[in-house]
Write a protein that binds this ligand. Structure first.
Ligand SMILES: Nc1nc2c(ncn2[C@@H]2O[C@H](COP(=O)(O)OP(=O)(O)OP(=O)(O)O)[C@@H](O)[C@H]2O)c(=O)[nH]1
Ligand SMILES: [Mg+2]
Ligand SMILES: [Zn+2]
Length: 326
């Protein structure tokens, strides 16, 4: 089962309990106060009070070795100081977005996120399998995903991307069509983001940072050029960074990636991350069915009858390391 989504009250209750525990561990030091991590770099973090204003300047803090695992979005106990403050404890997370590093080790990227916005664009060309990987990760964490098609100013009507997006819409995912360049769809984004903490994920060059700038022009986030030869982004954003939007809500801009391994998840969790598989899981002849070539597989029967799309099934096979072919 995918993780249960916590209600806001439950999340708050957990945070309150954690805060008391962390403050006790901190020696009950009256100077310690709660903060939120805006960005992490090396052994330092930029921290602000939880109710910070969009234009507030964060305090640079050294991260004490005992609370080394803090990431963007984490609630922490910190002590202001000059020139550097210090982060002494991390509070419990309601969620964490993780991603494998170069050596395949899973590393947290952002915490306390309640929406994952998967950004795609006509250029660089979207990879449906990468979208599916993000969706599986989001479903597994119990975080609501949505798809944002950016750069609609580059599209002719009835473009092939519509078919792709419609297929995700039919699975129940929300789709927003926007342009950071022309401002089309900005109002929809504002409404969608207003009451949540949303992380923007997706390939380098799709315009994640440009969307932050659209909604919060004073943020002045650096955006990159697409390289003309390969129409790929250049990994302009190098660290996840939290922004408070003037119209409400929080956005985390994250570095673009080309690949997203789900090696840490069991095949069962991956199958459950494909939402349309869920009604059929449990109907297979073998309880440990991987839905590949086992006889009596309910998922394959659903693919054959057209209830599950062959594309998504092929994508599932790729993710669990089997050949995509049927
Ligand atoms: N035509 C068009 N170009 C856009 C739009 N949004 C962003 N771009 C361009 O796309 C390029 C990449 O934008 P970024 O915002 O840096 O992309 P990113 O997703 O943050 O990339 P990384 O930080 O590398 O992950 C820039 O040249 C932007 O000007 C849009 O809506 N329309
Ligand atoms: Mg960026
Ligand atoms: Zn099966």
């Amino acid at each position: 089962m995918a993780k249960r989504r916590l209600t806001i009250q439950q999340t708050r209750r957990i945070a309150d309990r954690q805060r008391r525990t962390a403050q006790a561990a901190d020696g009950g030091d009256a100077q310690g106060r709660e903060g939120v991590v805006i960005v992490r770099y090396g052994k330092h973090a930029a921290v602000l009070p939880p109710d910070f204003a969009p234009e507030d300047t964060p305090q640079r803090c050294h991260i004490r070795a005992t609370s080394d695992d803090v990431v963007t979005g984490d609630r922490v106990i910190w002590h202001p100081g000059s020139p550097s403050g210090v982060v002494t404890a991390r509070l419990e997370r309601s969620s964490v977005i993780q991603r494998p590093d170069g050596s395949g080790r899973l590393r947290p990227v952002a915490a306390n996120i309640d929406r994952i916005a998967i950004v795609i664009a006509p250029q660089p060309e979207p990879h449906p399998n990468l979208i599916d990987r993000y969706l599986v990760a989001a479903e597994h964490e119990g975080i609501q995903p949505l798809l944002i098609l950016n750069k609609v100013d580059m599209l002719a009507a009835g473009a092939p991307l519509d078919t792709l997006l419609d297929s995700y819409h039919q699975l129940g995912y929300d789709i927003l069509r926007v342009s950071a360049l022309s401002g089309a769809g900005a109002e929809d984004l504002r409404t969608y983001f207003a009451r949540h903490t949303t992380v923007l994920v997706g390939q380098s060059g799709v315009g994640k940072s440009s969307l932050v700038n659209l909604l919060y022009p004073d943020a002045g986030v650096r955006v990159g050029e697409l390289s003309a030869h390969i129409a790929k982004g250049r990994h302009t954003t190098t660290a996840a960074c939290l922004y408070r939007l003037p119209d409400g809500g929080y956005l985390v801009d994250s570095p673009g990636i080309r690949e997203f391994s789900l090696g840490h998840l069991h095949n069962r969790a991956i199958a459950e991350g494909f939402v349309e598989f869920q009604p059929w899981i449990g109907g297979c002849r073998f309880r440990d069915c991987d839905h590949l070539d086992e006889p009596g597989c309910a998922i394959r029967t659903a693919v054959d009858s057209g209830s599950i799309s062959a594309h998504r099934y092929a994508s599932y096979r790729l993710i669990i390391g089997a050949a995509a072919g049927l």
